[in-house]
Write a protein that binds this ligand. Structure first.
Ligand code: NAD
Ligand code: UPG
Length: 482
C-alpha cells in the first residue's frame, strides 16, 4: 500500500489529501500539522475550514484511509510520498522584506524530513514557492540525508476556495514538474499514477521543475491581472457613464479573451494573489528584470487603488466624514462560500473607515467575531503563520469601534451607510425596504461586489454606489480618488 503524508493541514493540505484518499482507496493518507487545535478540528464534526462538499468527503474516508495527526515525524518516516503544504508567507523583515517568500516553515519541514527518514522518499512541493526552491530543498535533503535518496517534485495546487472540492474532483490540469533524470521521471510517474485514478491522462501535465514552479506564480499573476484590468476600467466607467458590467460582457465575448474572471470588485483578496505576485516581482528583480517586476507590481497597485477608492467614495458621499457614524459591513470573507478572511479587501476598507473614526457593525455568515477582531488588529502579512505563532496585537480602541452581529438587519439598524464587501447570495435577497426603514437618512449603500439591483434600491430611497456603474446624481462631482 502506497503511503502518503502531507505536512500542513490547512486550506490546501486538508481538502487535497481528503480527495486523494477518496479517489484512491488503496492509498493511505496521513495529514499532519504542528497546530494541535487544527488537527483536533479535522478529527471533529466541525472541520477547521468551511468549504462546500468537504465534510462529506472527509466523513467518507476519515479513519479508513485518511488520518489527521500531530505525530508529524512518525508519519513522515513511514511515507513513500511526502507532500509539503506549509505556509510560505511574505517576509516582513530582512532581505526582500515586503516581497520575498519566507521559506522558514518549508526549510524546517525539509530538515525534519531528512532527519527522520529511513527509506527513500518522493518529496512534493505543494506550497506555492519561488522558482528554484526545489534546488534549495534538494540541497537541504541531500546534505542531511545519511545516504537516503530523495526525489523532489513540484506539484503546485490550483484549487480556488469555495470551489475547492469541485476543482479537485475535476481539475483543469494537474501539473507535475521533476528532474529530467531517470529517477526524476520515475518519481513523476509515481505521482502521476496517484492522480490518474480520477484525472484524465491528457490533463496531467509533466514539465521540468522550474516550469512547474513558475507556472503557478504565472497563473496567479494572469488571473489577478484580469481583475486589476477590469477594476481599472471600473474607475473609468464611473468617470464616463459607461457600465462595467456591459463593458466586461462585451469584452469577454471575444473568444480570445473569454468571460471568466472579469467581475469588477472592491479588489481581490485571498491568501494567494498578492503574496504570489509580490514573490514574482522579487524574483524578477533578483534576476535583473526591473521592467518585468514593475509590470506585475502594477497589478497590486491597482488593487490597492481600488480599495482606497472605495473608502474615499464612502467618506466623500457622507459629507466628507464618517466620524461616529454607524456603518454596516455586510460580508467579511474574501469571497463567498468560504470563511477565509486572509487579505480580504474588507480588512482594508474597515481599517480605512475606522481611520476616519467610523463605528462599524459587521456581519458575515461564516466569519467569527474573534477572527474579525484579530484581522483588524494584525499587521500586514502577519496572518500567514501557523496559528500559535501569529503575533497578537489587539488594539482596544479598534475593538470599541467595531461590533460583530448575527445578521444583516441588525448590522444595518440605525446605520448611515451599508457596505457590501462579499458577494454572499443572501445579500441579493434581503428585504432592503425593511433595512431602509431602520437606517438614518439619507441612507447609503456602497456595493463593492455589484450584487444588488441599484435601480430598485434607488426607488426605495437609497443613495447607491455600485462599482463601475453610472453614478447616482448624489455622487457626481464628488472626488472619487485620494
Ligand atoms: N489557500 C489556497 O487556496 C491555496 C491554493 C494553492 C496554493 N496555496 C499555497 O499552499 C500553501 C499552504 O496554503 P494554505 O492556505 O493551506 O495555508 P494554511 O495556513 O491554511 O496551512 C498551512 C499549515 O501548515 C502548518 N505548518 C507550518 N509549518 C509546519 C511544519 N513545520 N510542520 C507541520 N505543519 C506545519 C500550519 O500549522 C498550517 O496549518 C501556501 O504556500 C499557499 O500559498 C494555497
Ligand atoms: O472576476 C473576479 C474574480 C475574482 N475576484 C476576487 O479575486 C479574489 C480571488 O478569488 P479566487 O481566485 O476565486 O479565489 P482563491 O481561492 O484566492 O484562488 C486563487 O488563488 C489560489 C491560490 O494560489 C489558486 O490556486 C486559484 O487557482 C486562484 O483562483 C477574491 O477576492 C474574489 O472575490 C474578483 O474580484 N473578480
Amino acid at each position: 500500500m502506497v503511503k502518503i503524508c502531507c505536512i500542513g493541514a490547512g486550506y490546501v493540505g486538508g481538502p487535497t489529501m481528503a480527495v486523494i484518499a477518496l479517489k484512491c482507496p488503496s492509498v493511505q493518507v496521513a495529514v499532519v500539522d504542528i497546530a494541535q487545535k487544527r488537527i483536533e478540528a479535522w478529527n471533529s464534526d466541525k472541520l477547521p475550514i468551511y468549504e462546500p462538499g468537504l465534510d462529506d468527503v472527509v466523513k467518507q474516508c476519515r479513519g479508513k484511509n485518511l488520518f489527521f495527526s500531530t505525530e508529524v515525524e512518525k508519519h513522515v518516516a513511514e511515507a513513500d510520498i511526502v507532500f509539503v503544504s506549509v505556509n510560505t508567507p511574505t517576509k516582513t523583515t530582512g532581505l526582500g522584506a515586503g516581497k520575498a517568500a519566507d521559506l522558514t516553515y518549508w526549510e524546517s519541514a525539509a530538515r525534519m524530513i531528512a532527519d527522520v527518514s529511513k527509506s527513500s522518499k518522493i518529496v512534493v512541493e505543494k506550497s506555492t514557492v519561488p522558482v528554484k526552491t526545489a534546488e534549495a530543498i534538494e540541497k537541504i535533503l541531500t546534505h542531511n540525508s545519511k545516504g537516503i535518496k530523495f526525489q523532489i517534485l513540484s506539484n503546485p495546487e490550483f484549487l480556488a476556495e469555495g470551489t475547492a472540492i469541485q476543482d479537485l474532483f475535476n481539475p483543469d490540469r494537474v501539473l507535475i514538474g521533476g528532474r529530467e533524470t531517470p529517477e526524476g521521471q520515475d518519481a513523476i510517474k509515481a505521482l502521476k499514477d496517484v492522480y490518474a485514478q480520477w484525472v484524465p491522462e491528457d490533463r496531467i501535465l509533466t514539465t521540468n521543475l522550474w516550469s512547474a514552479e513558475l507556472s503557478k506564480l504565472a497563473a496567479n499573476a494572469f488571473l489577478a491581472q484580469r481583475i486589476s484590468s477590469v477594476n481599472a476600467m471600473s474607475a473609468l466607467c464611473e468617470a464616463t457613464g459607461a457600465n462595467v458590467i456591459e463593458v466586461s460582457y462585451a469584452v469577454g465575448k471575444d473568444t480570445r479573451i473569454g468571460p471568466k474572471f472579469l467581475n469588477a470588485s472592491v479588489g481581490f483578496g485571498g491568501s494567494c494573489f498578492q503574496k504570489d505576485i509580490l514573490n514574482l516581482v522579487y524574483i524578477c528583480e533578483c534576476n535583473g528584470l526591473p521592467e518585468v517586476a514593475e509590470y506585475w507590481k502594477q497589478v497590486i497597485k491597482i488593487n490597492d487603488y481600488q480599495k482606497n477608492r472605495f473608502v474615499n467614495r464612502v467618506v466623500a458621499s457622507m459629507f466628507n466624514t464618517v466620524a461616529k457614524k454607524k456603518i454596516a459591513i455586510l460580508g467579511f470573507a474574501f469571497k463567498k462560500d468560504t470563511g477565509d478572511t486572509r487579505e480580504t479587501p474588507a480588512i482594508d476598507v474597515c481599517k480605512g473607515l475606522l481611520g476616519d473614526k467610523a463605528e462599524l457593525s459587521i456581519y458575515d455568515p461564516q466569519v467569527t467575531e474573534d477572527q474579525i477582531h484579530k484581522d483588524l488588529a494584525l499587521s500586514k502579512f502577519d496572518w500567514d503563520h501557523p496559528l500559535h505563532l501569529q503575533p497578537m496585537s489587539a488594539s482596544s480602541s479598534t475593538e470599541k469601534q467595531v461590533t460583530v452581529v448575527g445578521d444583516a438587519y441588525e448590522a444595518a439598524k440605525g446605520a448611515h451607510g451599508l457596505c457590501i464587501m462579499t458577494e454572499w447570495d443572501e445579500f441579493k435577497t434581503l428585504d432592503y425596504k425593511k433595512i431602509f426603514d431602520n437606517m438614518q437618512k439619507p441612507a447609503f449603500i456602497f456595493d463593492g461586489r455589484n450584487v444588488v439591483n441599484a435601480d430598485e434600491l434607488r426607488e426605495i430611497g437609497f443613495i447607491v454606489f455600485s462599482i463601475g456603474k453610472p453614478l447616482d446624481a448624489w455622487l457626481k462631482d464628488m472626488p472619487a480618488v485620494a
